[in-house]
Write a protein that binds this ligand. Sequence first.
Ligand code: PRP
Length: 211
Amino acid sequence: MSGGSPLNIALPKGRLGEKVYALFAQAGFECPAILENSRKLIFENEEAGVRYFWVKPSDVAIYVARGAADIGVAGKDILLEYRPDVYELMDLGIGKCSLAVAAPKGFEENPERPLRVATKFSRVARDYYGGMGRDIDIIHLNGSIEIAPILGLSDVIVDIVETGTTLKENNLEVREIIVPISARLIANKSGFKFKRDAIQRLMAGLGGNGK
Ligand code: PRP
């Protein structure tokens, strides 16, 4: 199988990454060492011609765009926000959630004023409200976005909603769904050319039909 350089795969650290690894292993890209409990971040299986890296989920697209990884798995939310120069090869149908607008229960919008929007997804929010001609004031935060409207820092938030528990426990509710999200297989553009056979073998094993 091997011989040449391995297929370099950036996996998002955490539960989603573990699910992704299980799918890839089933598709023939096993690397059992990755399942051993350790603090190592890089794992290689020379025989299977594969090398995995664990990276922060929001950084996967950076490794892939710059060619440090040939392929990786990133949420559609990250792809919409950062628009990395990569191929989006396949929807893996896991990591499903939504990007949504949420507000405190009973919030009434004042159309005369710019809407104050707290979010990690500034570009998505700008595109969404720009598309409807609504003036907004973006407050860019890096996490715990749900706190912003509670403390009066913003009127609404644009954030990921998965189970809805975080909103519920903070007395917020979904106002509009902006876009459904799921995990996508992405590839570096030249990596895709040079490692096409391996990538297509992986995609076929995942139930896709190649690019
Ligand atoms: C994400 C997201 C929401 C939460 C949604 O946060 O930003 O806060 O998960 O999940 P739920 O609908 O199932 O409650 P994350 O855990 O990534 O932390 P963050 O506060 O750093 O964004």
